[in-house]
Design a protein. Structure first.
Length: 265
């Protein structure tokens, strides 16, 4: 599966960023250093993300080639005949000729492994998509996708945070040379409630949120996409990747017994 896709340690998750304020948050994120924008058809905000990107491009903040834009095909558009028209509609909303990374959002609904993935391959071949990703897959589904695709699986996006750890999925990503993109890295704010994380934060004079992001980006092959809208939080999330945790910190977080999955299928 080895991919040439490269992503920065921290990108911008955009679920819930809408309208003018959302577009301004995307533009601000690009201005302060973000270079990976993640959206999805089902979020209903591809046009918002596109507007923020366009504003940053028009202002000379970034070049298009510097930004990885990712979106996801929702389950009701995964039937092979629906993949291309839905992707073309996404590109229209984003204001782009091509998207850098297109995910199968979930392997359900209209997902037909052979037919859907062949349609994704065709989009890569025609230059509408740079890389193929999958999201919310399990190990058997990952292996099946790798066998069926001509293009490599470049990324697997999955819920991953200190309260929902996915070591087997991370190992698979490392072993097969693709990226694991961790969503909901702050567990919906619940990381603030966990004493083990709070203790590590006190030790480093930082926040539980920064510790959670650092715990993820410290792992080989893992990047993350926290959502933020204010410049202060955008900058803090970006800087968290520079926080150096020591083995004791990692062991303390890895030993958390509480488990909460925010987005079960």
């Amino acid at each position: 599966m080895n991919t040439d896709l490269q992503l920065p340690p921290v990108g911008l998750g955009t679920m819930g960023l809408d309208d003018h304020e959302g577009a301004r948050a995307v533009e601000t994120a690009l201005r302060v250093g973000y270079r990976h924008l993640d959206t999805a058809q089902v979020y209903g905000n591809e046009a918002t993300v596109g507007a923020g990107l366009a504003a940053a491009l028009d202002a000379g903040v970034v070049d298009r080639s510097d930004v990885t834009v990712a979106t996801k095909t929702w389950i009701d558009r995964l039937a092979p005949a629906n993949v291309r028209p839905s992707t073309e509609a996404s590109l229209g909303r984003l204001g782009l000729d091509a998207v850098d990374l297109l995910y199968v959002h979930r392997p359900t609904g209209g997902y037909d492994p052979a037919g859907t993935l062949a349609a994704f391959d065709a989009l890569v071949g025609d230059g509408l998509v740079g890389h193929v990703g999958v999201s919310n897959f399990e190990l058997d589904e990952l292996n099946e996708a790798a066998d069926l695709l001509d293009a490599p699986v470049s990324a697997h996006q999955t819920e991953y945070h200190p309260l929902f750890r996915r070591p087997a999925l991370r190992k698979h990503a490392v072993d097969h040379g693709y990226l694991l993109v961790a969503y909901s890295p702050l567990a919906g704010g619940r990381v603030r409630e966990v004493e083990a994380i709070r203790a590590v934060a006190r030790k480093h004079d930082t926040t539980p949120e920064a510790v959670s992001i650092a715990w993820l980006t410290d792992k080989a092959g893992v990047v993350t996409i926290p959502k933020a809208s204010s410049e202060r939080h955008l900058r803090a999330n970006l800087a968290a990747a520079d926080l150096a945790l020591d083995p004791e910190d990692r062991d303390r977080i890895d030993g958390i017994e509480r488990e909460e999955e925010l987005f079960p299928e």
